[in-house]
Structures are given as C-alpha cells and as structure tokens.
Ligand binder design. Sequence first.
Ligand SMILES: [Ca+2]
Length: 145
Amino acid sequence: MKDKQLFTELTAEFEAPVTELDDEVAATCSGGAAIDIYFGGPNPDVILYDKENRGLGDALQINAKAFGGDDNLDNSAIGSGWNNKTSSIQVIRGNWVIYQDSGKGRPSKVILTPNGGPKKDGVYPNAKAFGLPDNSLTGIFRTNV
Ligand SMILES: [Ca+2]
C-alpha cells in the first residue's frame, strides 16, 4: 500500500494525468512517460551510477513493477537530471532494457539481469558492459516480475 501511495503522489505531479494500469495493460503500452516506477527507495531493484565501476558520486535507486519504467528520466519527478548521465549499473532484481533515446528509441542490445555483466553478478561496470555509449542512457523499463 505504501508503494501505491507513493506512486499516486508521483503521478499527481505530472501535467497529464496518468491512469493507474495493471501489468497486462501496461505491457501493451509502448513508450511515453513514466509508468509504475519509483525512485529513491531503500531496497532498489536497480541502481544507476554517474561514475564507472559504481564509483562515488550520484546514484539513482529505482524500483519498478513488471513492464514499468520511464522513457525519459529527465521528465521524472525525482529521477530528473538522469538523462545522459549513467556510466555504470547494478541490477539486483528483475530484467531490464535500457534506451538511448526517449520514446524507447535505440535500445541496448544487452538485456540487464541480476546474473549479467562481466562477472555474472548483475554489475555492469561501464557503458560497454551495458551496451550503450557512455552518458547516453535516457530510458529504462523492467521486462519481467
Ligand atoms: Ca556519467
């Protein structure tokens, strides 16, 4: 319930009202805005880092429901400022697809998973590992539960 309340608070800040979608409906949507995604929680599913190798610096903690995500992190209420910034990623839960452009443009060919990355530990220490140019990640979506 707490997550649902947070989602309601977040979506209330968007210019266009966002109707709450169940996972099946959300899965049929393509691109556009943030859906079922939360930022800054204490138990993140995935973490984006400004620096390579999860170095000290800004980090964005993300949780998302299946098929939830954000097609332009700069438009997020809390995730703003994260377009074209990510240089390393850690996946704790779920499978994720990342995009270079808003509207789900230019997806990475690498699907990010908790067992992925060079050491099979979910850590993608640099842009080459997650399959986009450095500082180019704009959107991220979860592809499963
Ligand atoms: Ca960076």
